[in-house]
Design a protein around this ligand. Structure first.
Ligand code: MN
Length: 504
């Protein structure tokens, strides 16, 4: 994964001085034990950092301020081992600028039926201590994730892990830079939007760069680097014969390699985490960047076509979420349909730019004409995405606010070969069914571009939306269209009023 920085989560334990030093020593030891155990768990993706037990408003406030100022800290896990009167937390939590998870657990898994006495009761008070904490979180209208159960429970660890992944994506967005190379595809609405609002809400910035800036980097690439990369292509892919060294279209492969090297240098020098381009602004480039974009996405860059900066940022976030998990993440577009009775399917693709991380098997590198853009035939890698569960996610700008939208899908293997389709593609079936899913997506104003991911789940996007304080509309197996539409209407009112409630 390109351009990432060390990320950790702090574990904060709440208590108070009421119980005396011996109890507090035990609280600290138990808390450290949990942190050690979670750090050893293969399920937990981020380093958890134990912090001293918090007993006073001053300590709590300082811990929250320290978390704000630690660049590596992506969020907090809070747990009240004993009772920690929650007015003590107001000063800290009102200053806290990092997301948090409230872990409602208990050190002991089982009640010691034979031995239980008031010392045990005194020490293991999370059952009511965490309710006192939950009240102040709700009273302060703080978005957070509540996870309940014993800390050794793998289901509990899964929930923590899912939140950590979303918190990491949020952390990655803060200060992230996205390059919009060229502007928007002319007249297209959903790919446009308010970049100022997005920076205020999500923490990433989007700024424009002329295609000429990229062309400068492309032209500066040495012939020897191009030759090396072409050799790499021939090793890593099934390169179609005409593109191979010594063959009649090899010059086109060299052009594609030169574009990749130039674009990569431009993105690295600018410290970007993602980018967009548009086929309507390619002056000075011989081809629409196809293979280059596919390979850069595979390295972790967020990308979307036609100036769609919101989807590019979402693809980046989904790549961070999925880091280390099987299955890839790609920019995607609902392209065309199979509408056979009882077998409605969506064929997802783009002109070229589908990420190789979702390829099943070794992609082919091919060259075919492209009807738009007015450039030479572009080189692209061609493959089919494997069967499995996946999601399509969209981030849209509703004018006064943003909305995330998710549809859970089942990717299927095409039953027929697609010998004449010269692009990478995925074929899927929507939950709960094609007609409901498409109608819901359209009612919600979802984009035709999506972030598509196998191991990214609705829960991950839900966590991210919660952290951002942004609506998430979910289309899954439980969706019924009337309820979905009513939720959209209700949310219009909720999100309109929520800022007045101090909720977002
Ligand atoms: Mn498109």
């Amino acid at each position: 994964m390109n351009n990432t920085s060390p990320t950790e989560i702090w574990f904060l334990t709440g208590s108070q001085h009421l119980y005396g030093p011996e109890t507090l020593k035990q609280v600290a030891a138990n808390s450290e034990h949990i942190v050690r155990a979670l750090n050893k768990s293969k399920l937990i993706p981020l380093k958890l950092v134990y912090k001293p037990v918090l007993k006073t408003p001053e300590e709590i406030r300082q811990a929250c301020l320290d978390a704000n100022h630690e660049p590596a800290c992506a969020g907090l896990i809070l747990w009240m081992h004993t009772f920690s009167p929650s007015k003590m937390w107001i000063g800290g939590l009102t200053q806290l600028a990092k997301p948090f998870l409230h872990l409602h657990t208990q050190f002991n898994r089982d009640l010691p039926w034979e031995k239980i006495d008031m010392d045990f009761m005194n020490l293991n008070q999370a059952a009511h201590g965490d309710r006192e904490a939950g009240f102040i979180h709700t009273r302060l209208r703080l978005n957070r994730k509540v996870v309940v159960g014993h800390w050794s429970d793998t289901e509990v660890q899964d929930r923590i892990a899912a939140w950590m992944r979303s918190a990491r994506a949020w952390h990655d967005w803060q200060g992230a830079k996205f390059a919009r190379i060229g502007d928007n595809m002319r007249q297209v609405a959903v790919t446009d939007g308010n970049k100022v609002s997005a920076e205020i809400k999500f923490g990433f910035s989007v700024n424009t760069y002329g295609i000429g800036d990229v062309v400068g980097y492309v032209n500066a690439v040495s012939d020897s680097s191009v030759s090396l990369l072409c050799a790499e292509y021939e090793q890593c892919y099934n390169v179609t014969k005409s593109l191979r060294k010594g063959q009649n279209r090899h010059a086109s492969l060299r052009d594609a390699a030169r574009i990749e090297l130039g674009l990569r240098a431009f993105l690295e020098e600018g410290n970007f985490k993602g980018f967009t381009d548009t086929f309507e602004d390619l002056h000075g480039l011989k081809q629409l960047p196809g293979l280059a974009v596919q390979r850069l996405m595979a390295d972790g860059y967020g990308f979307a076509g036609e100036g769609d900066w919101k989807t590019a940022a979402l693809v980046r976030a989904m790549k961070i979420i999925a880091d280390g998990l099987p299955g890839g993440v790609s920019f995607m577009e609902d392209y065309t349909y199979h509408l056979a009775p009882n077998k409605h399917q969506v064929l997802g693709a783009h002109m070229l730019e589908i990420c190789e991380s979702i390829a099943s098997g070794k992609p082919s590198i091919e060259i075919h004409p492209l009807g738009i853009g007015g450039k030479e035939d572009p080189v692209r890698s061609v493959f089919t995405a494997p069967a499995g569960s996946a999601i399509n996610a969209s981030l849209i700008d509703l004018g006064n606010r943003f909305r995330f939208l998710v549809n859970e899908v089942k990717v299927v293997k095409p039953t027929q070969p697609l010998p004449k389709l010269p692009v990478a593609r995925a074929l899927w079936e929507c939950a709960p069914d094609f007609k409901t899913a498409c109608a819901a997506w359209i009612y919600a104003g979802g984009a035709h571009h999506t972030g598509f991911g196998y191991s990214v789940t609705t829960e991950h996007i839900e966590n991210l939306a919660d952290i951002a304080g942004v609506e998430l509309a979910i289309i899954d197996k439980k969706t019924d269209l009337r309820g979905f539409r009513q939720n959209l209407r209700n949310n219009e009112i909720y999100y309109h009023l929520a800022s007045g409630l101090g909720a977002i």
